[in-house]
Design a protein around this ligand. Structure first.
Ligand code: PHE
Length: 458
């Protein structure tokens, strides 16, 4: 069976960047930055990317491209019959698991785009946005309908294949995302009082930095770069032999960080414009679906054309960001099923889609009819979110770095990142040091912290 590759280097980078740029860039990074010392946090975050993110991203790229196989196959090939083959399985499982709840939020972004376009937020009192959101997510049908549409779009792209599906859509969606982001940031920065928002986001305040900040930055860098769940490994298995791995990783990290900072420029000037306390806007879904629709209405004029355009574009941006990430997660599972069980792409993708439809629906309904179904006080959606974010992701990341640093053949590593000796690799030693010692230790700390087993220096 012939295996497709990406048609161009640009396509490859845009697809990987599409995986990285997602909800995390908008609903976590800006607020974490603002609350954790502004530019001080950004500097720590960038250091985490350099020391931790890049080495692991390069390793995932390398493992994928060297084997030209799905993530399970890739680790099986490289582990020579040792139990290290389980790292690939863990990665695929983690990606699939994340997808089950990620698609639910993808559906929400569509509903909010729809509400914005139809000017449904006109004259909604500030206190009512929580109800609007709660009524929507707890209703049995509407979120499920959007969920199905969102999954339908992913399925369509995936079944079209690597070049005409994933690459083509990334080439269309990533520039769109880029332009919308810049447009929204400029609009927001032009609001009266915007400078206070920019100050909140950027003014370095080292007094707010402690060990927890560093752990947060590491965790955020990891999630935001889509590490640890086979996405980058799978996409890199479609890279051709000439794609420069380290340079591609730098590009992807740069795009991801740039969009995350721009998201801050979109959010905080508007928040300050209406005189809202930035510490009260919340994070995650609360920020995105409760605080921000209100902020946008007030900042740009309740029901005005500008408010409609701004709000619609913002939720459309979120939709695109979530979609490209979800596509990469789906592809991890599809490549696995297709190659390991010798199925056609269509069959493999359909199988994956069906499982996501079922589990995604359960996650979606856990805010409504199934809200009584809980474990340790967490509903189904939250269990998926917790298990993947707190346990599966850090565990998988730690194992990947140990595998790349200690198990993978050193010569093979050098050959791959230098493209068979064509490229200079002065950073090679540092890369290996990070993979062997720094990354496993650092991610291990994040892991313990996430589990709450260990309250770092408190
Ligand atoms: N990186 C994506 C984000 O920032 C999330 C994601 C995680 C996507 C894991 C794919 C895999 O939201």
């Amino acid at each position: 069976m012939g295996r497709e590759n990406f048609g161009s280097k640009l396509g490859a980078i845009l697809a990987a960047a599409g995986s990285a740029v997602g909800l995390g860039n908008v609903w976590r990074f800006p607020i974490e930055t603002g609350q954790n010392g502004g530019a001080a946090f950004i500097i720590i975050y960038v250091l985490c990317i350099l020391v931790l993110g890049l080495p692991i991203m390069i390793s995932e790229f390398l493992i994928g491209r060297h084997t030209h196989a799905n993530t399970v196959g890739a680790y099986r090939i490289l582990s020579n019959g040792t139990p290290w083959k389980w790292v690939g399985r863990l990665g695929v499982f983690t990606g699939w698991f994340i997808l089950c709840y990620y698609v639910v939020v993808g559906g929400w972004t569509m509903q909010y785009t729809f509400l914005s376009v139809t000017n449904a937020f006109y004259d909604v009192p500030a206190t009512q946005y929580t109800n609007v959101f709660n009524n929507f997510v707890s209703s049995p049908w509407l979120p499920t309908l959007w969920l199905f549409i969102f999954i339908g779009v992913i399925h369509y792209v995936i079944t079209r294949g690597v070049q005409s599906g994933i690459e083509k859509s990334a080439k269309l969606m990533m520039p769109t995302l880029f332009i919308i982001t810049l447009f929204l940031a400029v609009c927001s920065v032009c609001l009266p009082g915007a400078s206070k928002g920019i100050e909140f986001l950027l003014k370095p305040d080292w007094s707010k930095v402690d060990s927890t900040t560093v752990l947060d930055a590491m965790g955020q860098a990891f999630f935001s770069l889509s590490l640890g769940m086979g996405c980058l490994c799978t996409y890199a298995s479609y890279f051709d032999k000439k794609t420069p791995l380290a340079k591609s990783a730098v590009n992807v990290s740069f795009i991801d960080t740039f969009i995350a900072i721009m998201a801050g420029f979109i959010i905080f000037p508007s928040v300050f414009n209406i005189g809202m306390d930035p510490n009260e806007v919340g994070a995650g879904a609360g920020l995105t679906f409760v605080s921000l629709p209100n902020v946008f209405q007030q900042a740009f004029g309740n029901g005005s054309i500008l408010a409609v355009v701004f709000s619609s574009l913002f939720y459309f941006l979120l939709f695109v960001a979530a979609l490209t990430s979800a596509i990469s997660l789906h592809e991890v599972a599809t490549a696995y099923v297709t190659e390991e069980f010798n199925m056609s792409r269509k069959k493999g993708a359909t199988l994956v889609t069906l499982t996501i439809l079922v589990l995604g629906t359960l996650c979606s309904l856990s805010f409504g009819p199934l809200s009584g179904l809980t474990l340790f006080d967490r509903n189904i959606f939250e269990i998926f979110d917790d298990l993947s974010g707190r346990i599966l992701l850090p565990l998988s990341g730690m194992l990947i770095s140990i595998f790349a640093g200690w198990v993978l053949d050193r010569q093979l590593y050098r050959d791959e990142i230098s493209n068979g000796g064509d490229l200079k690799t002065p950073y090679f030693k540092m890369l290996i040091i990070s993979l062997r010692y720094v990354a496993p230790l650092a991610i291990g700390l994040v892991f313990l912290d996430q589990l709450g087993l260990f309250e770092f220096m408190k």
